[in-house]
Design a binder for this molecule. Structure first.
Ligand SMILES: NC(=O)c1ccc[n+]([C@@H]2O[C@H](COP(=O)([O-])OP(=O)(O)OC[C@H]3O[C@@H](n4cnc5c(N)ncnc54)[C@H](O)[C@@H]3O)[C@@H](O)[C@H]2O)c1
Length: 431
């Protein structure tokens, strides 16, 4: 910040994995930051200088520093915080219901509070992934109606997707350019200037909020479709007794080939959700639909493979490693584990779930049976399924599973020979 310049106040609404990290970064780059959340435990931890988000390298230190320098604080009162803001950044999830229609519950509640506190000249930036048009038509309209202010003149409205990856947010922010779109030129200029100072990354200014929204959803749909292709190739490779990993590695030496990795399923609150932002909004058929079907179908395919190998799974004790949708992150939204548990219950197997990110009580509270690592329990396991290969599993003693007949490696993360030497058969996807 230049000498004599007024320190701007940024309010970050939603202090989750992304919101807290962004808040701490803005604070470290000279802004006065107030974070808001609906979870009192989150507010308490931020106000004592502690990050509630684990496994995010560099975040603990940034939150502690923000607290010590009084640049970072948190409150449950979004309305009051917003009334003091120069800039409001919104990072509250938008999800889908069971029927895959868009679920705005969290975001609508947050926008109600922002609208109630909004004052003249504030810049509001949405970072949550949104269906195209929502920043302007759904949330902008709400902000105008409640505050009585005009978007684009009285207050400014922009959209900038968050494209980082949990566990790598701080390093990703430096690597990926920040896409920014505004509802008009003044909104774009203000949002761009904010990001130039607050994250010091390259900025890509696009024509509108709609372009910026679309760019993020398109990127996620591309990944979903690409993974579906990798999954189809993996199933075929399995039939042909060819190693898919070798195939992909060889194919991708051609610069136009970017085949992703196959896997037992695609989870989390990004890739399996955002295709529906197209599909439920005017894209009734096509590749995005097919990709969702293929990727969700991988859990059915995998359980069938296991069932065939085991000659039935009735009363067999199956251990799923990983409740999280992927390795090293505590996030179970749309985790493939839910699909696997459904399939296994249909086969009348006894299912146990282990995940070092969750306590046994947290697993129990999700109506799952936690696996307790004792000599007796490990001996009784018949099948292991690797769903999320957390770093902790790298040192797992597979020899202790002395009666295990099969390990199904849903992430192709383990070395076959390492498993086989303990007398456990190994199956991977397309291996
Ligand atoms: N996690 C990722 O890897 C990732 C990557 C790119 C983009 N994103 C985007 O960021 C969004 C947030 O992701 P996240 O991982 O930080 O989610 P998260 O679940 O970790 O955190 C969301 C936070 O919002 C809070 N919240 C809910 N309703 C609220 C309200 N009305 N007011 C204030 N706070 C409220 C929750 O209590 C929670 O702390 C995603 O929906 C996605 O669009 C996430």
């Amino acid at each position: 910040m230049k000498k004599g310049q007024k320190r701007q106040t940024v309010v970050v609404v939603g202090l989750g994995k992304i919101g807290l990290t962004m808040a701490a970064i803005y604070a470290s780059n000279g802004f006065h930051v107030i974070g808001t959340d609906v979870n009192p435990a989150v507010i308490e931890s931020v106000n004592s200088g502690k990050s509630h988000v684990k496994n995010e390298p560099g975040l603990d230190e940034l939150v502690e520093k923000g607290h010590q320098t009084q640049q970072l604080s948190a409150t449950l009162d979004t309305k009051v915080a917003v009334s003091k803001a120069d800039i409001v950044v919104v990072v509250v999830p938008v999800l889908v219901y069971e029927d895959n229609d868009v679920d705005y519950t969290y975001m609508d509640a947050a926008v109600d509070q922002i609208a109630a506190g909004l004052t003249k000249n504030t810049t509001v930036i949405f970072e949550t992934t949104l269906p195209t048009g929502d920043t302007r038509d759904r949330f902008g309209a709400k902000l105008e109606a409640v505050s009585g202010l005009i978007a684009g003149t009285d207050f400014f409205l922009a959209y900038s997707p968050e494209r980082v990856y949990s566990n790598k947010i701080l390093s990703d922010l430096k690597k990926y350019p920040k896409i920014v779109g505004g509802i008009n030129q003044s909104s774009l200029e203000r949002a761009s200037a904010f990001y130039k100072q607050s994250i010091q990354a390259d900025i890509i200014e696009v024509e509108s909020t709609e372009t910026a929204e679309f760019a993020k959803v398109a990127e996620c749909v591309y990944r979903d479709v690409n993974i579906a292709l990798a999954n189809e190739l993996a199933v075929y490779a399995s039939e042909k007794k060819v190693n898919i990993l070798e195939v992909i590695q060889a194919s991708n030496t051609q610069p136009y080939s970017h085949i992703h990795s196959p896997g037992i399923g695609v989870g989390g609150h990004c890739i399996p959700i955002y295709p529906y932002f197209f599909m439920k909004r005017g894209l009734p058929e096509g590749l995005a639909h097919l990709a969702r079907k293929v990727n969700d179908g991988m859990s059915i395919y995998s359980i069938k493979e296991i069932d065939d190998y085991m000659d039935g799974l009735k009363d067999k004790r199956v251990l799923i490693l990983g409740l999280s949708y992927r390795e090293n992150v505590k996030e179970e939204t749309k985790s493939t584990t839910w699909l696997l548990v459904d399939q296994l219950k249909q086969k009348q197997a006894k299912v146990f779930v282990h995940d070092p990110m969750f306590t046994n009580i947290e697993i129990k509270n999700r109506s799952l049976t936690p696996f307790i690592f004792t000599e007796d329990e490990t001996k009784k396991i018949d099948v292991i399924i690797v769903q999320a290969f957390h770093d902790e599993y790298k040192n797992l003693e597979f020899s202790s599973f002395s009666n295990c007949k099969l390990l199904f490696d849903g992430r192709n993360a383990l070395e076959q020979h390492e498993i086989k030497k303990h007398g456990i058969a190994y199956k991977g996807l397309g291996l």
